[in-house]
Ligand binder design. Structure first.
Ligand code: 4AD
Ligand code: MG
Length: 474
């Protein structure tokens, strides 16, 4: 099998080669004595044009209409120069075999169908140009992520999916339980049968883990345990949030990359986040040229130029206090009023990155402690914490990170202030009892990165099977 990848200009050096091609039929065009079949196997964006005439073995299958859009076929042929203008070479077919025919009800017949429609066909949408390209770029970003951290001496740590702790303390966890009937036949069963304590509360000691357990919202706390043993580590896995958000940048199940750096402060953290983002963007520009040209033409004009800037230029850094000043000075009426202490809303983030500071990622640091998680390190001003968010145009928050509170007394004080149960964090506090070190890390939402790198508008279109409130099909 000869590999011809990378667009319509490729393949001229293969003239005369005989090869077999397998894939799915995109289009069939019958023209008096010859038939053109475009097939695609997902390895690249371009289709292979197969030219079949009546001499070809298996021509009867073409004639009888067995080869239609969506069918899978096996073709043996010779690479010849193409008469058409769309490609340099095509396959002159010697033999063609239908592997699996496609029912006429195949739903992706038309060239252009909406992405909303395709969400209802998530099992077939990877066969379209857009979703094929997204899948390949997503894959390249995952590969580049591992490559970046591995080349820089980080150890990949698998953080658990089921956990008893709530890293973000936001109460947005999905509960994992066998007490409440979870098997499909039991969904209608009697909830009164759930074991209860004398007080009438659910008796968690009777449940599978002997206590309430949840799907993780973040692998950070587990990552910190390994960072305070192996120095620099990262996690890369699925995380879950039961937030009732219906936006184009929220999923209930998303993948997160969470590096954790030991003997490091917030400046090291911001430098790492910047170097990482620039590395993966460069990787995609260099290795996914055909797909990126497609996004540049069809999805977001100018995305290649914009990403090239991201890969090369410095990002602006400013404090939360300066960001608030910038918003207050903006000649603009925001839906959510701005004042020191407020959480930045998406409209604020967009104003900062798109209008005020010229289209590149921006890092905002030192947020008020009231709007950030318990584990962030208190700054000397007593009001802010060493947090940083990286904001990008269109999407808003791409990265959230911080230097962690490594001082036991401050951390305990903060848990008390927030009325969090100190006992359940005993192991996390132990890291501050035994050889505590300054350390910092961040979390990057992988789907938001895929949106950023492809220009795709809605987060539901950059993950194969999106999970959102009210939707868990496929
Ligand atoms: O800002 P977050 O909540 O930070 C954490 O979870 C920290 N524990 C990370 C760390 O320091 N190790 O989430 C981090 C990132 C966000 O910036 C965003 O990109 C993404 O995760 N994210 C989501 N992506 C898709 N859907 C959602 N519902 C998301 N919630 C957060
Ligand atoms: Mg955040």
């Amino acid at each position: 099998v000869v590999d011809i990848k990378g667009g319509p200009d490729e393949g001229l050096d293969r003239l005369g080669h005989t090869l077999t091609v397998t894939g799915w039929v995109r289009t069939v065009r019958v023209q008096s004595s010859i038939t053109f079949i475009e097939i695609n196997d997902g390895s690249c964006l371009s289709n292979m044009q197969c030219v079949v005439d009546s001499d070809a073995e298996g021509y009867d299958q073409v004639e009888s209409g067995l080869i239609s859009t969506g069918a899978s076929i096996w073709v043996l042929g010779t690479i010849v120069e193409s008469q058409g203008s769309k490609q340099k070479v095509e396959l002159k077919v010697n033999k063609i075999v239908v592997v699996g025919k496609s029912d006429p009800s195949y739903p992706i017949q038309k060239k252009r169908v909406t992405r909303e429609f395709l969400r209802t066909k998530a099992h077939l949408r990877p066969r379209t140009n857009t979703f094929g390209a997204v899948a390949r770029v997503r894959n390249a970003l995952a590969y580049a992520t591992h490559k970046f951290f591995q080349e820089n001496g980080f150890v990949w740590v698998s953080s658990p999916i089921i956990t008893a702790s709530d890293c973000e303390g936001a109460g947005e966890q999905f509960c994992v339980t066998t007490l409440i009937p979870s098997s499909r036949d039991a969904v209608d069963s009697n909830l009164d049968a759930i074991p209860k304590t004398k007080e009438g509360l659910i008796d968690w000691s009777q449940d599978f883990f002997g206590k309430p357990a949840f799907l993780t919202v973040s692998g950070q706390l587990n990552g910190e345990t390994y960072a305070t043993a192996l120095s620099d580590v990262y996690t890369f896995g699925p995380t879950f949030r039961a937030e009732n958000s219906h936006t184009s940048r929220h999923l209930s199940e998303f993948w997160m990359i969470e590096p954790e750096l030991a003997f490091a402060d917030l400046n090291d953290d911001m430098a790492c986040a910047t170097a990482y983002l620039q590395y993966v963007v460069r990787h995609v520009l260099e290795n996914c040229k055909e797909d990126m040209d497609f996004f540049n033409t069809w999805i977001e004009k100018g995305i290649i130029e914009r990403l090239s800037d991201v890969a090369e230029k410095d990002f602006v850094q400013l404090t939360y206090t300066d960001a608030i000043d910038l918003l207050l000075r903006a000649n603009k009426k925001f839906e959510f009023p701005v004042k020191w202490g407020c959480d930045l809303q998406s409209e604020h983030e967009r104003y900062i990155t798109e209008e005020a500071l010229g289209g590149l990622p921006v890092i905002v640091r030192d947020y008020p402690k009231e709007i950030k998680a318990f584990y962030m390190r208190k700054n000397d001003d007593g009001k802010t914490v060493a947090a940083m968010d990286m904001l990008v145009p269109r999407i808003g928050e791409l990265i959230g990170g911080s230097q962690r509170e490594e001082r036991l007394e401050y951390l305990e004080e903060r848990l008390d202030e927030l009325k969090l149960n100190k006992d359940s964090y005993w192991w996390y506090l132990d890291l501050r009892r035994y050889g505590s070190v300054p350390h910092a890390g961040f979390g990057l939402g992988f789907e938001r990165l895929v949106q950023f790198a492809t220009g795709i508008e809605n987060i539901k279109d950059v993950i194969p099977f999106p999970r959102t409130p009210g939707s868990a099909e496929f």
